[in-house]
Design a binder for this molecule. Structure first.
Ligand SMILES: [Zn+2]
Length: 135
């Protein structure tokens, strides 16, 4: 970014990143039981337990112009620049290490926030993946 590391770490307290996901149409969304592989891949049982876990998928109807979605919702990640994060930035650690440290300290990634919304039926896993996958 062209900013000295010490200026960055001494002036920033936190970084909020966010994206919008489409919210499922409540008129036509369809509940389904995710296959065990998907539960494991996304770590879904952390949020809802394994038994009775359901996700929802977009279908499409007259109410949503056959898109399966109406409206949008924010998914976000909030990185607090703790002392350990500041030290990593000053040591020029890569983003993966900074993210790993932040997650260990309790930060939800944008994808995790989205998965939680998918488990609550607000959006679909497909929509979360669409907006959080790095291209
Ligand atoms: Zn609909």
């Amino acid at each position: 970014m062209g900013v000295e590391d010490y200026l960055l770490t001494s002036t920033l307290n936190s970084i909020l990143s966010q994206r919008l996901v489409r919210t499922l149409c409540t008129h036509c969304q369809r509940a389904y039981t995710p296959v065990p592989e998907l539960i494991d891949e996304l770590g879904l049982e952390r949020y809802a337990g394994r038994e009775g876990l359901q996700l929802h998928e977009a279908v499409g109807c007259d109410q949503c112009m056959n898109t399966g979605y109406i409206g949008r919702s924010v998914i976000a990640e909030f990185l607090i620049l703790s002392e350990s994060i500041r030290r990593l930035i000053l040591a020029r650690a890569d983003g993966t290490e900074i993210q790993r440290t932040a997650i260990a300290a309790g930060m939800d990634t944008m994808q995790t926030d989205g998965i939680k919304k998918a488990v609550r039926g607000i959006t679909s896993v497909e929509e979360v993946m669409r907006v959080t996958q790095v291209i």
